[in-house]
Write a protein that binds this ligand. Sequence first.
Ligand code: ADP
Length: 394
Amino acid sequence: MSSAGTQLATQSSTEARAKLRVLLIEDSRADAELVLRGLRDGGFDVSVDLAQTPEEFRARVKETVPDIVLADYNLGQWRGMEALKILREEGRDVPLILVSGALGDITAVECIKRGATDYVLKDSLTRLPESVRRALREKKLREESRKAEANLAAKAAELARSNAELEQFAYVASHDLQEPLRMVAAYTQLLSERYRGKLDDNADKFLGYASEGAQRMQVLIQDLLAFSRVGRREAPSEKVDCNAVMKEVLQALGAAIQESGAVVTYGSLPAVWADRTQVAQVFQNLIGNALKFRGPEPPRVVVQAERAGQQWLFAVSDSGIGIAPEHRENIFVVFQRLHARTEYPGNGIGLAICKKIIERYGGRIWVESQPGAGSTFRFTMPGEASDPKEEGRK
Ligand code: ADP
């Protein structure tokens, strides 16, 4: 029984024996021995390098990277804490524990503030192994979080690159497709005008479908082009008075407002820092939708804004048909629509453009709605210039 017990103890101490490269700053041989024994007794398989001067220390650190630096506080010629500076200069993230005779509490706290990981008094060296273990664990965590951050930054850069590439592709594709499509549209149109009634009934029907398809494709491509144009230029910021923008938008939507008998009201709206044309586009798309997706009654549309920190929170509310909860996200995706074109006209690009514009300025857009109970589209826009140039102009 006792022999089995001994075996177990030996086994577990071998398993726990972790290799540890120590760089020791110590001018007393006897103290150095004590420190090493403390570590070995505490379960480390220690290899050690000794440094007694700053020059020696720098040379050792350049040669190999230790797992830990154990430094006496006062070595006559220099202080162990100065080793921290050398570690930084050499770009080494190695924990440093002060192992010192007597160190007042105030000095100890000061050393920790300046970057020492811990301090252990020479007359309580039994504490040293645990202090070393903790320092190593903390270093590992630091490394892991540094790695995770670098990983994240690399992923974000990759995403930005692939987004830019996709944007470029959408732009070039939609731009270059326009020309051949114009030919197809023009010639199917010509064919159907010139040969209508001269071939058989089916031919007339087929030509009609072809020319309708070409026209629809033209509209889709123009929409895609408009969508990809939103992100192509640098996001310019000017002070945009939303009241003035609303006046223009209501004029542009004049026919739809009259035809639907709509009442559109807006309170005193703030100025935002963004691109004027794009702000107008957001209002026009949202109010246009509020007029289009109306119920049997003439639509009532209210536009309001309130402060939300540095931003303005806008709300465009309508009394229309509303949106089911499961569609609240996907309506912002390009070409996503909830109705047949015969029911409500449109291509499903308007909200995607709104989202793209708003997100360029660091804002967010979402909808609160219930079917049959109207919808409120909310979005945020920057309220003040984030650019110091703009600040100066105020
Ligand atoms: P479009 O208006 O061309 O269909 P949008 O991207 O502007 O495209 O809108 C996407 C879809 O979101 C619409 O087809 C409609 O189903 C829904 N929608 C947008 N605005 C409203 C609204 N105010 N009320 C109800 N549904 C809406």
